[in-house]
Design a protein around this ligand. Structure first.
Ligand SMILES: [Zn+2]
Ligand SMILES: [Zn+2]
Length: 172
């Protein structure tokens, strides 16, 4: 028989009836306190603790990772796109080198946001030579120069995805 006594209340809001429980610590929570995660409803404390263990990057890591990403992706772009078609094979190699250099610099620390910022930095570094040429020539290069565009773009797409997946995809 269900009575009023069976009603549980949110541990954070003693006046609010609890409709959910945190699936990690089993704490009674109300709709306002519940956070929907990939694995179900959790209380805010558990979500915060979880983020802390996943996000161990320091501000220095951002400076190091973004700096290395832009510089190496730029150097790689200048070298790799000269060889035309072989960009397809060499861009992933450049991506591995860049990812390893960054991993060494930030050691074992990790953060999803850091890896996303790094991927953006790689893309900027990879497109920098192309963008600077476009700015200098006033974007009037013309359709005949499609091969001028295609390799820097191919390089940037390949190198960015390689770096991101090597950094973010390992030991998640
Ligand atoms: Zn919890
Ligand atoms: Zn609550």
């Amino acid at each position: 028989m269900t009575t009023q006594l069976d009603v549980t209340y949110c541990e954070n809001h003693p006046n609010v009836e609890s409709t959910l429980r945190c699936n990690r610590c089993d704490k009674a929570i109300c709709a306002k306190c519940a956070v929907l995660t990939e694995t179900g409803y959790r209380c805010k404390e558990c979500v915060r603790n979880q983020q802390k263990t996943f996000d161990t990057a320091t501000p220095i890591d951002y400076v190091l990772a973004i700096g290395i990403a832009v510089i190496l992706a730029l150097i790689g772009s200048l070298i790799v796109t000269r060889i035309g078609f072989f960009t397809i094979f060499l861009a992933p190699v450049a991506g591995i080198i860049i990812a390893e250099a960054i991993r060494r610099a930030i050691q074992r620390r990790r953060s999803q946001r850091l890896f996303q910022a790094t991927a953006v930095a790689v893309a900027i570094g990879g497109l920098l030579p192309l963008l600077s040429v476009l700015v200098l020539t006033g974007v009037s290069v013309g359709i005949g120069s499609i091969f001028f565009f295609i390799w820097p773009v191919v390089y940037t797409v390949l190198v960015t995805s390689t770096v991101y997946y090597r950094l973010a995809g390992i030991s998640l």
